[in-house]
Ligand binder design. Sequence first.
Ligand code: ATP
Length: 515
Amino acid sequence: MAKQEDIFKGVISHAKEYGYIFPSSEIYDGLSAVYDYAQNGVELKKNIREFWWKSMVQMHDNIVGLDSSILMHPTTWKASGHVDAFNDPLIDNKDSKRRYRADVLIEDYAEKLHQKAEKEIEKARIRFGEFFNEEEFVTTNPRVMEYKSKQKQIIERMAHSLETENLADVKALIEELEIACPESGSKNWTDVRQFNLMFGTKLGASAEGAMDLYLRPETAQGIFVNFLNVQKSGRMKIPFGIAQTGKAFRNEIVARQFIFRMREFEQMEMQFFVRPGEEMEHYNYWKEARLNWHLTLGLGKENYRFHDHEKLAHYANAATDIEFNFPFGFKELEGIHSRTDFDLKAHEKFSGKKLQYFDTEQNQSYTPYVVETSVGLDRLFLAVFSKSLKEETLEDGSTRTVLALPTVLAPIKVAVLPLIKRDGLPEIAHKIIADLKLDFNVVYDEKDAVGRRYRRQDALGTPFCVTVDHQTIEDNTVTIRHRDSMKQDRVAISDLYKIVNEEVSMTNWLKKLIK
Ligand code: ATP
């Protein structure tokens, strides 16, 4: 089995080789944690966004869209708490000069204890076979209990120190646990400092008159400040939602995981406004609905899990992450948060404008509560791309690389290949393309032997290859080859649209969401 690290490297190089993702400004040696989406990447990204958008906006009559600006009045970020509290604790290793997030160093240490406990449990499971009682073992085995209690103590102490801004204690904890720099192995640390993740910029021409602005670190605030505008102009009735996709910017301290953690990324967020007191019902609904949405993509149920937050942010009364099994382990893909009335109340206070809703059924005004679903488009891209990339061993012992993308998301749906470059076959291929391209992204390929062309389309993720041969001239039939099964069928050219559409149409994929 290939090591996790090698699999991840394979994903990154495949993304580059097949025109999905390039490092930004590569000719200048790139810019750290910033990436560009190439000719195929931009299509895959657009398709993911569209699938999300349609399932949120088009399929819910009480959810509407919004496209708010990246630049917002700076008081927005004072009200939201980002100016004062959107910080990460950073620490430098004096020997390697490497910078780390102090909380991540501690969490990684705690995760190792968790893994040790899991290893003991696994050993016992094998030893006791069918008589194994996990619950009993976990609550009685001294070693497992010690690992688990130490892990809990560490996380609790860190959370408390961060909450009370006791950064000296965060450093003390790193020293007590004897955490070493993963690069140099040294324990020679600087003090822990808070670092604000927002990118600053200026509005205005002259230095004196310029106004300090921020690039938005999340899209959500654009929704909150427009809450009443949308509600009134759309005559929306609670409960209702506002959905938005767009760029967000965070000056991340540590960003070494390809497009998982970038400094410029895209979010897809939906804020659902509800009656106070009814938020848990909606929170539970969206938790399940969002997981189902992910499962529809068919990447495997076992690759998702919930991580309910025990320690909640100051604005939340419930929160969970949908975690995905990335090539580097389970990590957050999407957050679902019950944000109470924190944001609307804060904007009301800072702006002096009322942001209340008049509920005609209850005959009273109130500040709605908010349930948010927030997913990173780039993380979703990485989830889909990395799980779809497979090395398969075929019956004849040869191997093939296939990017088994969910067909609805694939950048190119059909490749049309003339068997040879003459005898009128290219002309027929171009005619087929002219008909199909009104509905699908289609490419033409005549280079190399047809087997090699199939392999290239497999690696690109194209669900169908259509081959035009001499029989086509006689009876208007072609061979259609399916990417995943490699099955080939002889079909009439006039049936191609139907066969392809049945498999790739977004309508059919959206139908899977209806229970
Ligand atoms: P993390 O704990 O991984 O930093 P977060 O909890 O700060 O993430 P949220 O503020 O809840 O993230 O943002 C919602 C979603 O936006 C995340 O679930 C993730 O998919 C995405 N996201 C956040 N930060 C980044 C980033 N730097 N690069 C890419 N996607 C991101």
